[in-house]
Write a protein that binds this ligand. Structure first.
Ligand SMILES: Nc1ncnc2c1ncn2[C@@H]1O[C@H](COP(=O)(O)OP(=O)(O)O)[C@@H](O)[C@H]1O
Ligand SMILES: [Mg+2]
Length: 427
C-alpha cells in the first residue's frame, strides 16, 4: 500500500469513526432511556433503528452489507433483521457525461462502433451500477449494466474498514452472543461479489442454462463476448414493472407463484447454484406471463453434499420425520460447542416438525418455522453449517412475494418433483 492510499485509508477511517461516534453516543443514551421508561424491547428496537439510519449515512458499502446482514435470521435476533431489512439504497443515476465516460472506460474506442445508439437516461440506478438501454450495430436491443467508475476502489476500501471495525466492536458488551465477525465477513464477501462483473456475467449465464427447462421462467441472455469487467451486455427485457402482477388475473398470479417457486427449488435441489437475492427488483412478473430473474450478483454454489443434505432435510420435513431433520442439522454442524445440548435439540426439533406437519398447507409459514428452528439452534448451541442455512434464507427472501401471488400455495407440494429429481435423477 503506497503512502497516498495509506493517507486515504486513514482519512476515510477517521471520517467514518467521527460520523459513527456522533450518531452512537445519542443512540446509546436514548436507547437506555427508552429501555427504562418503556421496557427493554423498546430500547433494543430503537437502538437497531438508529443503527440502520447510521448505515444509510455511512454510504453504499454499509447499506449493501447491512442488507445482506438483514437476511441472517439464523444468527441475529428478529428485531435486528426487521430493522436492517428496511435499508434503502438511494443513488441518483450517473449524468449523461459520466455515463459516456464509464462506457468509454468499459469499451475503449470500440464503444462508438459497438453501439448504434445508447439511451443515456438510465433505466435503473443502483449504488454499484446503472442500467441503460442501447442498440447494437446488429440492431439488437441490449441492456448495459454499467459499473460506476471508481466504485470498486471506494467500496473495497469501505469493506476493508467494515471488516476491521467489526473485529473491534465484536468484543463490546451489546454484541456479546452475536457472532459479529462471521456475519460481517459473510456480508462483505457478498458485497465484494457484487462488484465483480466477470463473475456476475458468468453466474447469470449459468442460471439461464440451469433454468432453461423451467416453464415461463426467463433469465436474460448475456453477451459474453461483448461484456467487460465493468459492463454486462445482455438482452433487453421489455415490460419490467414492479406492479405488473397486480394487474394480472388470479389464475396468472397462481402460475407466477408456481413458476417462481419452481425456479428456486430447481436451483436448490437440482442445480445447487442458488440466486440468494430474489427480492422484488430482481424478480419480475410480466403481463406477457413471464417470470424474469435478474441480477445474479449474489449467488452461492452449494457443494454436492450440502445440496443433498438440504434436499433430504426438506423431504423429511414434508414427511414429518422430525428426528431425521434434527439429525441432518446436527450432521451438518461443523462442531458442537462444549455447552451444546444435542439430545434436547433433537426432541424439540422433532416436535417443531411434527406440529408443522399437521397444519394445512396454506397455514404453513416457512418464516415461522425457520424462526423457531433458529431459536432452538441458538438455545441448544447447535450451529448448522452456514451452507445448510443459506438455501433456507434464500427461500425466506421470496416467501412473502409467493404468498402475495397465491395465498393457498403449498410450498411442500411444489417442491416434490425437484426433490425427486435432485435426489434420484440424473444431473
Ligand atoms: N436485461 C434487462 N432488461 C431490462 N431491464 C433490466 C435488465 N437488467 C436490469 N434491468 C433493470 O435494471 C434494474 C437493476 O438491475 P440489477 O441487475 O438488479 O442491478 P442492481 O445490482 O443495481 O440491483 C432492474 O431492476 C431492472 O429494472
Ligand atoms: Mg438488483
Amino acid at each position: 500500500m503506497g503512502t497516498h492510499s495509506r493517507a486515504r485509508v486513514a482519512l476515510r477511517a477517521v471520517r467514518l469513526l467521527a460520523l459513527s461516534l456522533a450518531a452512537l453516543v445519542p443512540t446509546v443514551l436514548s436507547s437506555l432511556l427508552l429501555a427504562t421508561v418503556k421496557g427493554r424491547p423498546a430500547g433494543v428496537r430503537h437502538a437497531w433503528r438508529q443503527l440502520t439510519l447510521l448505515l444509510e449515512l455511512l454510504g453504499p458499502a454499509f447499506v449493501k452489507a447491512g442488507q445482506v446482514v438483514a437476511t441472517r435470521r439464523d444468527l441475529l435476533p428478529p428485531v435486528a433483521c426487521d430493522q436492517l431489512s428496511t435499508l434503502q439504497e438511494s443513488s441518483s443515476p450517473m449524468s449523461g457525461a459520466q455515463a459516456r465516460r464509464a462506457l468509454e472506460a468499459a469499451f475503449g474506442a470500440r464503444a462508438h462502433e459497438l453501439f448504434e445508439q445508447v439511451e443515456y437516461a438510465a433505466v435503473a440506478s443502483g449504488s454499484v451500477a446503472c442500467v441503460y438501454r442501447a442498440r447494437l450495430a446488429s440492431g439488437a436491443e441490449v441492456a448495459l449494466k454499467l459499473r460506476r467508475p471508481g466504485i470498486e476502489t471506494s467500496m473495497a476500501l469501505d469493506l476493508r474498514l467494515i471488516r476491521a471495525g467489526s473485529r473491534v466492536i465484536a468484543g463490546l458488551p451489546p454484541f456479546r452472543g452475536i457472532p459479529v465477525t462471521a456475519v460481517v465477513e459473510h456480508a462483505c464477501a457478498a458485497v465484494f461479489g457484487q462488484l465483480d462483473f466477470d463473475r456476475e456475467a458468468e453466474s447469470l449465464s449459468l442460471l439461464r442454462d440451469n433454468l432453461a427447462t423451467v416453464p415461463r421462467v426467463w433469465v436474460p441472455k448475456v453477451d459474453r463476448d461483448l461484456s467487460t469487467r465493468s459492463c454486462i451486455v445482455m438482452e433487453f427485457i421489455d415490460g419490467l414493472e414492479l406492479d405488473a402482477a397486480q394487474r394480472c388475473s388470479a389464475a396468472n398470479r397462481r402460475k407466477f407463484a408456481a413458476s417462481a417457486l419452481t425456479a428456486i427449488y430447481h436451483m436448490l435441489f437440482v442445480d445447487g447454484f442458488v440466486h440468494c437475492d430474489m427480492h422484488p427488483g430482481n424478480l419480475y412478473f410480466t403481463e406477457s406471463g413471464h417470470v424474469v430473474v435478474l441480477d445474479a450478483g449474489f449467488s452461492v454454489q452449494l457443494t454436492d453434499r450440502l445440496r443433498r443434505l438440504f434436499a433430504d432435510f426438506f423431504l423429511n420435513m414434508a414427511l414429518g420425520e422430525g428426528i431425521r431433520c434434527a439429525e441432518i442439522v446436527v450432521e451438518s454442524a461443523e462442531e458442537a460447542g462444549p455447552g451444546a445440548d444435542i439430545d434436547g435439540f433433537i426432541v424439540q426439533m422433532a416436535d417443531l416438525v411434527d406440529r408443522n406437519h399437521r397444519v394445512p398447507a396454506k397455514d404453513f409459514s416457512l418464516m415461522r418455522f425457520a424462526t423457531e428452528m433458529f431459536d432452538l439452534q441458538r438455545g441448544h448451541g447447535v450451529h448448522a453449517a452456514p451452507e445448510l442455512i443459506f438455501p433456507l434464507l434464500s427461500l425466506l427472501v421470496i416467501e412473502g412475494t409467493i404468498r402475495d401471488l397465491d395465498p393457498d400455495v403449498d410450498f411442500q407440494e411444489v417442491a416434490r418433483p425437484m426433490l425427486m429429481q435432485g435426489k434420484f435423477g440424473q444431473r
